[in-house]
Design a protein around this ligand. Structure first.
Ligand code: MG
Length: 388
């Protein structure tokens, strides 16, 4: 059977997920055409991507970079900039599938714009689902859009649920590597440095998600992402620490049967599944050889040590505008930690103070979410100013 070529746009093309997505498209030129790219500030890499993939439209973050880029790219590629530019890439009429891989709440607007235009979504931007899960799910259903998880845990769950009835699920078990501080004593947390936090044992990722993994906020965000993606109550979502990152997540069914998805930790596998769904395709990833792994171990997460995960669980069951506030407070705190303005243990402290000061309201629109988000950002920036 002749397969039609799927046309792909990538939001966040110069980040870790964007680069891996293009790597897969490069290996399967008969299946994918890259029609749109949106990037932040890495112009050199974006220029290489433009010359290799010849997209129809490209967006860059700043107007200044847009001026620089305009003279360097072929006239067959349209160039735009800013958040309206990202939305233009997300909604390009000929695009079939948008890989949403911008970091943070900034990914929400272009992802929603793509959903409104009926584009299927490969979702790596978990923050959009965390802060606006209900609205995203509703609009995806209305526009007959598939949201295909790219996050490795959610791709695993998605695969485990294939052909199953959600009513037969007892619980979802999200695995967590535990990050670089799994065995660090609680009293040593105050001395954690940026360099230590940026060294993830298993996954090679961008700075923000690497810090989130070290604090285990990443797993907290993933609990909320799973809640909305799979329409599963929070009480039915468990987190198990599994340092080897070989089991990417599991589903337990009512008959006590547990289905798991395994593989070497390599993001090209979940990305390839989102691109080729419902079929599978070859990747250049080394297949798993279980005889080479001496042991697979599992622990309960320590919520007293990893306070970010505890906060996320609390927020997940409270609903209302708490999730956008937690997410925005975390984004500001992580950025401040990366700029050496605060210490690692201050990340959950700042988020906690912000959550306690927040007056929550029910989410009835995107505006409600965005105003909670901007309130939290200002609150945490002010708090950091008062510390230093
Ligand atoms: Mg993940």
């Amino acid at each position: 059977m002749v397969q039609s070529i799927k046309k792909i746009s990538i939001l966040g093309s110069t980040g870790s997920i964007g680069i891996s997505t293009l790597d897969i498209c490069r290996q399967h030129p008969d299946r994918f055409e890259v029609v749109g790219l949106a990037a932040g500030r890495n112009i050199d890499l974006l220029l290489q991507q433009i010359s290799e993939f010849k997209p129809k439209i490209v967006s860059i973050h700043s107007e200044e970079d847009y001026q620089n880029l305009s003279s360097k790219i072929p006239t067959t590629t349209e160039i735009v900039f800013g958040s309206s530019g990202t939305c233009a890439v997300a909604t390009l009429s000929e695009c079939d599938l948008v890989i949403s891989a911008i970091v943070g709440a900034a990914g929400l607007a272009p992802t929603l714009a793509a959903i409104e235009e009926g584009k299927d979504i490969g979702l790596a931007n978990k923050e959009s689902m965390v802060i606006a899960g209900e609205i995203m799910s509703e609009r995806a259903a209305k526009n007959n859009v598939k949201i295909l998880p790219v996050d490795s845990e959610h791709s695993a769950i998605f695969q485990c649920l294939n052909g199953e009835n959600v009513k037969d699920v007892n619980k979802i078990i999200l695995t967590a590597s535990g990050g670089p501080f799994l065995h660090t004593a609680p009293n040593e947390f105050e001395h954690i440095t940026k360099e230590q936090a940026l060294k993830h044992p298993n996954w090679d990722m961008g700075a923000k998600i690497t810090i989130d993994s070290a604090s285990m906020m990443n797993k907290g965000l993933e609990v909320m992402e799973a809640h909305w993606l799979f329409n599963m109550p929070i009480e039915k979502i468990d987190v198990v620490v599994h340092p080897q990152s070989i089991i990417h997540s599991m589903v337990e069914f009512v008959d006590a049967s547990v289905v798991a998805q395994l593989g070497e930790p390599d993001m090209r596998v979940p990305i390839a599944y989102a691109l080729s769904y419902p079929r599978r395709m070859t990747t250049q990833v080394t297949p798993l050889d279980l005889t080479k792994h001496r042991e697979l171990t599992f622990y309960k997460p320590d919520l007293e040590k990893f306070k970010c995960l505890k906060l996320a669980f609390q927020v997940a069951s409270k609903g209302k505008t708490y999730a956008p506030v937690l997410n925005a407070a975390n984004e500001v705190a992580v950025a401040a930690f990366l700029q050496d303005q605060i210490r690692f243990i201050q990340i959950p402290e700042l988020i906690d103070v912000c959550l306690q000061a927040h007056m929550p309201i029910s989410i009835d629109s995107i505006d409600t979410i965005l105003s909670a988000d901007s309130w939290a950002r200002k609150f945490v920036i002010t708090s950091i100013g008062n510390i230093s």
